[in-house]
Design a protein around this ligand. Structure first.
Ligand code: GAR
Length: 192
């Protein structure tokens, strides 16, 4: 794994809304960070997040292909754009072991739960059902094991009695918007 130094070219994979992508773009511009979003790839061409990339003149692609073809093409774009950090932001596809191994740079992900609790889908519903006091979100390194890599930052959000999965998801998303850019700062400044 290469050390991150100098100006860091960040690639982002999305599948949909892209609100975390939007916050990453905003934060890096506002704070003149040592990392910049240089490439956005979506596995869905209707992903709203692609519009933010376009608006900000960031190279972007939609690759609507089966996993092996998606990964091959995405890998070529990552190389061509000299990406040295990949952020998954609402990317709803599990990357293959081979893809992860071939990427000689770090890959990080934001997941809407207090990992190691509730890996996978429907995290808010599961937290409410279990009667948990807190939900939250975790930014972590991506490894071949789903939602299991080392934690970078985590944020807690109180679960209210009246919460439904949707209302909780909205508050957790707000918290995600604060921690994801900070987690990228952490990774790019080699604190973790
Ligand atoms: C976020 O809540 C993110 O944590 C979650 O999808 C949402 C994407 O929102 N990711 C996962 O569930 C990954 N397993 P966004 O497209 O508005 O950034």
């Amino acid at each position: 794994m290469k050390k991150l130094t100098g100006n860091i070219n960040v690639g982002v994979f999305i599948s949909g809304r892209g609100s975390n992508l939007k916050e990453l773009i905003k934060y890096s511009k506002k704070n003149n960070t040592n990392w910049k979003i240089k490439l956005v790839i979506s596995n869905k061409k209707e992903a709203k997040g692609l519009a933010y990339a376009k608006k900000n003149k960031i190279t972007n692609y939609a690759i609507e292909r089966k996993k092996p073809q998606f990964e091959k093409r995405a890998f070529d774009y990552l190389k061509k754009n000299k990406i040295n950090l990949l952020c998954l932001a609402g990317f709803m596809r599990i990357l293959s072991k081979e893809f992860i191994r071939n990427c000689k740079f770090k890959i990080i992900n934001i997941h809407p739960s207090l990992l190691p609790k509730y890996k996978g889908l429907n995290t808010h519903e599961r937290a409410i059902k279990a009667g948990d006091k807190y939900a939250g979100s975790t930014v972590h390194y991506v490894t071949a094991k789903l939602d299991s890599g080392k934690k970078i930052l985590q944020t807690k959000v109180k679960i209210l009695k009246k919460d439904k999965p949707n209302s909780l998801a909205k508050r957790v998303l707000k918290a995600e918007h604060l921690i994801y850019p900070k987690a990228v700062d952490v990774v790019c400044n080699k604190i973790v």
